[in-house]
Design a protein around this ligand. Structure first.
Ligand SMILES: Cc1cc2nc3c(=O)[nH]c(=O)nc-3n(C[C@H](O)[C@H](O)[C@H](O)COP(=O)(O)OP(=O)(O)OC[C@H]3O[C@@H](n4cnc5c(N)ncnc54)[C@H](O)[C@@H]3O)c2cc1C
Length: 126
């Protein structure tokens, strides 16, 4: 493939675009991520991830990399829904996993996770 062509262009280096890029890289595809901002945003947005995405990160070897610990993810014993505390202790296949992580930090970790196989172009719109 000529150097001026890339197999996949991803619009936006947010968590979703970066995660797609990581998945493609694992499959041997070298995508190009175009991000219109000239530098990573430090705007505070999400403070963490909740649910099955945590298991998926663990399957990809990213959970322990992000936490810096060898511990696998553990489901939460309770969670707050609509202001109510819901006990989850003993629930079979409890799906309530969580990882508190500020969004700018998550984006940085995803960017470095496959830095060798994902190209990112800052200040570029699609
Ligand atoms: C103020 C605020 C607070 C929030 N708080 C929470 C929270 O507490 N909990 C929670 O779960 N979620 C929260 N969210 C939502 C969370 O931030 C989003 O769900 C998340 O950012 C979505 O990720 P994304 O990758 O889809 O999009 P984004 O993070 O929006 O990333 C999209 C990227 O694409 C770039 N882009 C857009 N158009 C183009 C283009 N044409 N060409 C190139 N680049 C482009 C943008 O610059 C951006 O970097 C909050 C959002 C905001 C704005």
């Amino acid at each position: 493939m000529p150097e001026t062509q890339v197999p996949v262009v991803i619009s936006g280096a947010g968590p979703n675009g970066l995660m797609v890029a990581c998945e493609l890289a694992l499959a041997g595809v070298r995508p190009m991520v175009l991000e219109r901002l000239p530098a990573p945003s430090d705007e505070p947005k999400a403070n963490g991830m909740v649910g099955q995405v945590i298991r998926m990160l663990d399957m990809r070897g990213l959970y322990r990399r992000f936490t810096g610990s060898d511990d696998p993810p553990h489901p939460a014993y309770q969670w707050i829904f609509s202001g109510m505390s819901v006990p989850l202790f003993g629930v079979r296949d409890n799906p309530m996993y969580a990882l508190m992580m500020a969004q700018p930090n998550l984006s940085g970790c995803l960017t470095s996770a496959h830095a060798n196989s994902v190209s990112t172009s800052a200040g570029a719109t699609s």
